[in-house]
Structures are given as C-alpha cells and as structure tokens.
Ligand binder design. Structure first.
Ligand SMILES: Nc1ncnc2c1ncn2[C@@H]1O[C@H](COP(=O)(O)OP(=O)(O)O)[C@@H](O)[C@H]1O
Ligand SMILES: [Mg+2]
Length: 333
C-alpha cells in the first residue's frame, strides 16, 4: 500500500531496561513526514529526540526495547524488519549525520578513502566513476578544490569542512530521508548558518526529506515545514513553523521561544531561561511531564496527563490550559 507519508510513526513507546530501572524514553510519540518535507524535532537534552530517530533506523541501543506503536518508513513496517533488511535500508533510503564530525570520520583514512568506500558500497561503479562521483559529491556540498581535499585527512580540515564531508557521505546513496541529529551544535555560529543553508539548498536540489533534530528552536525557524516539540519522551506540541512561533499553545513551547536570542533585541535585554530541572525518566511524574516547571500549572496537571487539543488540521498540543479553554469556550493565553 502506498502511503502519502514517507515517515509515519504512531503511538511509539520505547523504554531502556537499565539496572536502575525502566527509563521510559518515548511515551506515545506520533508524527509523520511527507516526501521532501522538513520536520524539526526540538527539545532539551534527554527529551527523546535521538532515540526517536535511531528507532526509525533500527539502531535502538541495548537495553532499549520498542514496547508499542507502529513505525513506517518508505513502505517498510519497521517493527517487523530484520537486521539484514535494516542494513539495506540504511544504506539506500535513509542517512544520518551526527553532531560531531570528528568522531564520525575515521582519522586514519583520507577523506577520499571514506567517501569512495561508501559509494562503492551502494553502487557498482568502476574505479574511475567512483572517483568522479566523489569529486561531484564534494562539489555538491560546496567544498572547493575537491581533488586536493580527497587526499587529505580529517584533521587537516576545519570543523565546518568536516561536517560538509559528512553530509557528502550521507548523500552518496541519494537518501529519501536525511536525519540530521544536532548537526551544527559543535560548530560556531557563522559556520552553523552556512551548514544549514547548505542543507536547505541540497533539499531543494535533491528533493529529499529532512528530519532536523536540535535543542535550539532558533536553529530550525527558517528551514522547517513542521515542528514537533518534545519534552520528556512526549510530543507536547506539533504544528507548522508558523503555528509554533506565532501561536504557541504549550507553556514549554512558549518558554523555548522566550529563550531564543533575538536579532532585534535591545543590547542588554536578558534571555529568559526555563527554570527547574528536567524530568527524572526513571520516575516520570503521573501528570503532565512539564507540570513541575510550568508557571500555569493547575491541580489537574499534577494528577493526569492532558488529552490532545487540536487547533485546525495540523496544530495540536497536550496541555490542560487548552482543555480549560475548550471547556470554558474561552481562549487560552
Ligand atoms: N542506551 C541507553 N540506555 C539507557 N538510557 C538511554 C539510552 N539511550 C538513551 N537513553 C535515555 O533515553 C532518554 C532520551 O534520550 P535521547 O533521545 O538521547 O535524548 P535527546 O533528546 O537528548 O536526543 C534519556 O532519558 C536517555 O537517558
Ligand atoms: Mg540527542
């Protein structure tokens, strides 16, 4: 059956069974990505962003276990796949780039060795064609003098260059989906902007979908079609980028927006951090996971997780404040 979605995750639950107890990493996570679409997954460290992405690629680390839900990607039902099938899928349909390109590249091999290896793995090109493709990929990601670069080792390149190389490697198989897991976190701001710009232009050129994972909502503002805001293993709010920025409904989303540095802010205007500590995932609270840090917390928030409130076709949140508005017929502010 052809689905209109490239990625469709419904009610995913995943836990890590550690000696200290069950870490409930994902608690009923649902979202989808269409062909060629960019989804931002935003949330603070430990909220479950990476675990979500890895589970989709069949890379859930021991002692993690998928406990429920369905995961579909490009016509595959991920739940039923074998490691062999995953390996084939990972090489051909989905690629991932990580935060730190120094640890992802092997320091003892040249850039050329590493790119050619991946091309050989995915195609049956001749030696000459492989070399040509390697040059072409480096050009695609904006690396000048590609022939010279292919002969260099990772430590001879800057952080930004190494990340470009990683992107080139990720694109070698022409993936339908590129997962970028905090791809610019280790880079300084100017380089970060260049890498994001590069990713967007590649998306336009190649038409792939991107899952953009970041703890920094500011990073994804200009590039995402949709944004999922994660907190403690839950998607607490989901919407178009405009919904999230101009009409945020969850107190956590509002906090994230207040903590973004603004270009037009006055010199000494202070950012507002979100007070309090993240949830202990071994002993998650019974009610709303954000309750203990929420300025608008009500009695019921401590007792019960909020049902989903929908605003139009796309935008939704799990927050009792919005239920309150719905019950009262008023508007939540
Ligand atoms: N291998 C593991 N063993 C135990 N717990 C893990 C493991 N990997 C991730 N977790 C837990 O799962 C939760 C989500 O982690 P992760 O998805 O890495 O967060 P992030 O949003 O920072 O990417 C965290 O509480 C983390 O401690
Ligand atoms: Mg992560």
């Amino acid at each position: 059956m052809m689905s209109e979605y490239l990625v469709n995750i419904e009610h995913e639950r995943l836990s890590f069974f550690t000696p200290a107890g069950e870490v409930k990493a994902l608690n009923d996570v649902s979202f989808h990505i269409k062909q060629g679409e960019v989804l931002g997954i935003v949330g603070e460290s430990g909220s479950g962003k990476s675990v979500t992405a890895y589970s989709l690629m069949g890379l859930t680390a021991y002692p993690g276990k998928l406990l429920g839900g369905t995961l579909d990607f490009n016509g595959h039902r991920i739940n039923d796949m074998t490691e062999k099938e995953f390996r084939k899928m990972r090489g051909n349909e989905v690629s991932i780039i990580f935060q730190d390109p120094m640890t992802s590249l092997n320091p003892v091999y040249t850039i050329g060795n590493q790119i050619r290896e991946v091309i050989k793995l995915h195609t049956d090109k001749s030696r000459k064609e492989v070399q040509e493709r390697a040059v072409e990929l480096l050009e695609l990601v904006g690396i000048n003098e590609p022939k010279k670069r292919l002969k260099q080792y990772p430590h001879e390149l800057s952080g930004g260059m190494r990340q470009r190389v990683m992107i080139a490697i990720a694109l070698a198989c022409e993936p339908k989906l590129l997962i970028a897991d905090e791809p610019t976190t280790a880079l300084d701001v100017t380089i970060q902007a260049q890498i994001l710009e590069l990713m967007m232009s590649l998306k336009e050129k190649l038409g792939m979908a991107i899952m953009m994972i970041t703890h920094d909502l500011g990073v994804v503002a200009s590039m995402c079609d949709h944004i999922a805001v994660m907190y403690a293993g839950n998607i607490v709010e989901y919407g178009t980028t405009d919904d999230i920025f101009y009409n945020p409904k969850h107190e956590y989303t509002k906090g994230l927006i207040r903590s973004i540095p603004r270009m037009d802010s006055k010199e000494h205007e202070r950012l507002v951090p979100i007070e309090g500590t993240p949830v202990d995932m071994l002993n998650p609270p019974k009610g709303c996971p954000f309750a203990s840090r929420c300025d608008a917390c009500m009695q019921i928030c401590l007792r019960e997780k909020a049902p989903v409130t929908h605003f139009g076709d796309v935008h939704y949140t799990s927050c009792w404040m919005n239920q309150k508005a719905e019950l009262e017929g008023g508007s939540a502010k």
